[in-house]
Every structure is written in structure tokens, then in C-alpha cells.
Write a protein that binds this ligand. Sequence first.
Ligand SMILES: [Zn+2]
Ligand SMILES: [Zn+2]
Length: 338
Amino acid sequence: MKGAVFQKKGEIIIKDDIKKPKIKKDEVLIKVKNCGICGSDVESYHTGILIPTGLILGHEFSGEIIELGEDVKKWKIGDRVTANPNLPCFKCFWCMRNQENLCKKGDGIGMTSSGAMAEFIKVKAERLHLLPPNVSYEEGALVEPLAIGVYAVQESGIKVGENAVVFGAGTIGLVTIQVLNAIGASDVFVIEPLEFNQKKALEVGASEVFIPKDWTKISGLTNKIGPDHIFDCAGVPKTYIDSLKLIRKGGFITVIGIHAEPFEMVGFTQFLLKNITMRGIFAYNQETFRTCINLLEKKKINIKPLITKRIKLDEVPKAFKTLSDPTNNEVKILVEME
Ligand SMILES: [Zn+2]
Ligand SMILES: [Zn+2]
């Protein structure tokens, strides 16, 4: 079969002689329909450290079940599915506490085991989630990034009627805006440098958007108190520092964006003096996936504005180059398998 393989730092190749996966008793074989390219895939492409050499990429996907392992009873051929790509060990301290997103092993589809940028993928049946008839395969492929936004909003503890600021309007920022609106936030202000992404933020329901240097204007819009919640989906030193300055006393900062570079924590005293609660968010769990599919089924989330390009498998290497330059005006590039 054909697949997009991570060769080495800065190189992704298309192979067409990959062995079709053989399923085990508890697995199913999926004919992949759509697979998204994630920011973390692009990060691995640049750094060469997150994903092992020779691995098929792709953890945001949807497809149709075409083969069942002998122990698989709950699923049938033809079922339309997506899958939670995390592969918890079910044995460690965190798995035992129902926190599989924190599993000690940290295994995942398209991260440590073969991904979905290929014609077929095998998946443990236990990881599958059924797509209702009115949820498309494209939406199915975006359940994974949506789950990050949903989990972050849930864990932030935001209440109906509170306001929020979202730093960064990439894929995760754009889903977070929509989830915040869905749960009844009074206002969702967005800080984003790129004009293309600013427009996307407004399209998905942001109250107002600002360029980074205008963040102080939000203070005026919140009775000079500052916002109740901040969601940092950008993960750069400036968003961390600005968050501490902007948040109201007693407010909440939820960090989703990965701060990849070390930086000096300027203004850390604010953290204490303002009684700020700051928390980090990593991944999601099975329940989050179910919530996301429900939100899509009920049409509470519109993923269409996020998909800026649909490509074929052969175009994957080129797409990684395109995504490497943020000024290329792309949000989510979806690989279509047929
Ligand atoms: Zn992802
Ligand atoms: Zn575990």
C-alpha cells in the first residue's frame, strides 16, 4: 500500500511498497478516508525528534472498517469511524486513575506506531468511535484537534456568562473559540498576528480580534478588570507574559500551546499578587472524543472554515513545506485518500 513516511529531519517520502497491515484479534482494519496534518507533525518534520524514522505519519483521521479481528464483536464491516490515537498502557498510575492522556508510556498512532497517512491502518477496536450519519469523514478527521479544545475548556472550569481571551487562531484556537461559544461564554476575544487567521477567528464566532500589540484594549472591554479566562493556544514567551498582565485578579490561564523554547519568566510576581490559577493541558480522553462527536452531530461546531486545503497523498511532502511558513495562509490541510 501507499503511505507518507517520515524519513528524517526535513524529509517526508511517499512509499508505495508498504505492507498492508495484518490485524490482531482485538483490532480492525480501516480504509482511511481523510487524515489531517497536525502542527505537531510539522514540528517533528523540523526538529526530527518527536517521531521515529520510517514511521507512517498521521493521527487525525477517519475511515471505514473493512476487516474485523476475531474478538471484535461491537463493530461491523462498513462502520464509519474515527479513533482516539493515544495508546494507553492501562497499567500505570495514571491509566488506573482514568487519566489515560497522562499515560507513562505516551504511545500513540502516528507518533510511536504506524499512522493514517496511508491507504489502510489497523486500530485496536477499543480506540474506535462511531461517526453518526450526519457527521462527515472530514469532520471525523477533525475530532482529534477538536478534542484538545474541548478538554481545555472543560478543565478550565469556565462558567456560563464568563468571558475569555484566546491567544492564537490556528486550528486549536479556532476550535477553542467555538467550544467557548457553545458553552455560553459571554465574549471570546482573540489575539492573533496574521490577518488570514484573524478573519477565520471572526468567521467562527470571535467577538473581536486584536493584533498582539493591541492586547491592552481588551482591558477596556472588560471594565478595566481583565478577562475571567485566558486560553494560550500560541505557546510563545510573549503570550505567557501578556497573559499574566491581562488576566483579571483571581482569573484563570489555561496553557494549551506548547512552549517549545526556554524563556525568562518576566513578571512572575503577578502570578502571586493577582491570585492567578494557571494550568497546563495535554491531550484528552475517551469521554472527550464522545463529547466532540456529539457537538458535531448537533452542529454546534463548524469545522469547514478550518479546512483550507484538500490534497492527495502524493502532495503530502509539498504540504509540509507549505505549512512550514505561517504566512502561507493555511490552517488545516486534509489528505484525501480517494
Ligand atoms: Zn493533532
Ligand atoms: Zn498508562
